[in-house]
Design a protein around this ligand. Structure first.
Ligand code: E4P
Length: 216
């Protein structure tokens, strides 16, 4: 499973990129709205210049015609832009057009296996099932990853699964075990993945032993 970062914040993207683990970036209108005084297009340009992999940029229009217009403009920013489209009939109309034009797509707001199957059949490059938001309403987000992963394997579907709406490190381990190709992860959770008390304790002990031996 590969890691994308789920943010529009440049400092967070730069830091995660420097760790050598980053295969892409996802943004959404809420994440972009958190960034003060930035032009959406300028920020996307900046991200695509730093990160080689897929950079998802979401359309705002709700009708297919508007989404196609916005998506084509976004795709002009850089070759690694992926147009993010909501899971609606109009969204899938746009996805099928983008697919024919060779524009990569990420169908977002997936909450059922049937939605994922529809998106894949419309030609989506990626589907984004939202784990955390399902857990929030008492459903099992990870079960959805399991179902989509099985269905795509049974039917030889090449659309990649992005585990989204990640809330904690356990989501990452389980999504990887259940066959998600990618997890798009907030910066806070990426940092949590490094942490283990025995790692910290081990470093402390190594340094203490070294100091005892060398006095440094
Ligand atoms: C990613 O593509 C999604 O926009 C994101 O993971 C949503 O996460 P949230 O449910 O924490 O807003």
């Amino acid at each position: 499973m590969k890691f994308f970062i789920d943010t529009a914040n440049m400092e967070e993207i730069k830091e995660a990129h420097s760790w050598g683990i980053l295969s892409g970036v996802t943004t959404n209108p809420s994440l972009v709205a958190k960034e003060n005084n930035i032009s959406f297009h300028d920020r996307l340009k900046e991200i695509t210049e730093l990160v080689d992999g897929s950079v998802s940029a979401e359309v705002i229009a709700l009708d297919a015609e508007g989404m196609i217009k916005e998506g084509r403009e976004l795709a002009q920013i850089a070759p690694n832009i992926t147009v993010k489209v909501p899971m609606t009939p109009e969204g899938l109309k746009a996805v099928s057009i983008f697919s024919k034009e060779g524009i990569k797509t990420n169908v977002t707001l997936i909450f059922s296996a049937n939605q994922a199957l529809l998106a894949a059949r419309a030609g989506a490059t990626y589907v984004s099932p939202f784990l955390g938001r399902l857990d929030d309403i008492g459903h099992d987000g990870l079960k959805l990853i399991d179902q989509i992963s099985d269905i795509f394997a049974i039917h030889g579907i090449e659309t990649e699964i992005i585990a989204a709406s990640i809330r904690h490190p356990q989501h990452i381990t389980e999504a990887a075990l259940k066959g998600a190709h990618i997890a798009t992860v907030p910066f806070k959770v990426l940092n949590q993945l490094f942490k283990h008390p025995l790692t910290d304790k081990g470093i402390e002990a190594f340094l203490a032993d070294w100091k005892n031996r060398t006095g440094k």
